[in-house]
Design a protein around this ligand. Structure first.
Ligand code: MN3
Length: 202
């Protein structure tokens, strides 16, 4: 069964002025679409054809780089779009807020550490908030890898992921990745992150 591009859960201009419409259109319609198309090409006629995306991701180290890169790209972007929303941002509440304060001291200190993880990821990759054995942790991965992969240096269940590839911000922020990392907090959908947390903490 071929994979398909999920629709954006909001209009491409809904995250303005923090993430511009053109970036969203190209990022979703061209980059994410290409990961989906190339993943389908890579698994066509192979034993991986009928596996779920999660199964492919978890075996990333034992399958072809094309499946690792494009499967990761498809999983990561599908996850990412849901984590953003118009009229979002602010701070988490409830159990998630308590867990963040517990581990990082405060929301501001969490944000600072997360921004640093994104800013210091050399080249292309992702910054993550994960849960691992019940504990929150910040990490980052190169390229389209993610913490679910068997090849990840730090493994866990992603709760929040931010794309730090240049294609995610270059049109508006050019080389200023830290500025993009600061702006994205205005559109983080904490309800979705809390949902991921509740599911993973079970
Ligand atoms: Mn991307």
């Amino acid at each position: 069964m071929a994979f398909t591009l999920p629709a954006l859960p909001y209009a491409p201009d809904a995250l303005e002025p923090h993430i511009d419409a053109q970036t969203m259109q190209i990022h979703h319609g061209k980059h994410h679409q290409a990961y989906v198309d190339n993943l389908n090409k890579a698994i066509a006629g192979t034993p991986h054809e009928n596996k779920s995306l999660e199964e492919l991701i978890k075996a990333a180290g034992t399958i072809s780089p094309a499946v690792r890169n494009n499967g990761g790209g498809h999983w990561n972007h599908s996850f990412f779009w849901e984590l953003l929303a118009p009229n979002a941002g602010g701070q988490p509440t409830g159990a998630l807020a308590a867990a963040i304060n517990d581990v990082f001291g405060s929301f501001d200190s969490f944000k600072e550490k997360f921004n640093t993880a994104g800013a210091t990821r050399f080249g292309s990759g992702w910054a993550w908030l994960i849960i691992n054995n019940g504990t929150l942790q910040i990490t980052s991965t190169p390229n389209q890898d993610n913490p679910l992969m068997d090849v990840a240096e730090v493994k866990g269940t992603p709760l929040l992921g931010v794309d730090v590839w240049e294609h995610a911000y270059y049109l508006k922020y050019q080389n200023r990745r830290p500025e993009y990392m600061n702006a994205i907090w205005n559109v983080i959908n904490w309800n979705k992150v809390a949902e991921n947390f509740a599911k993973a903490a079970k």
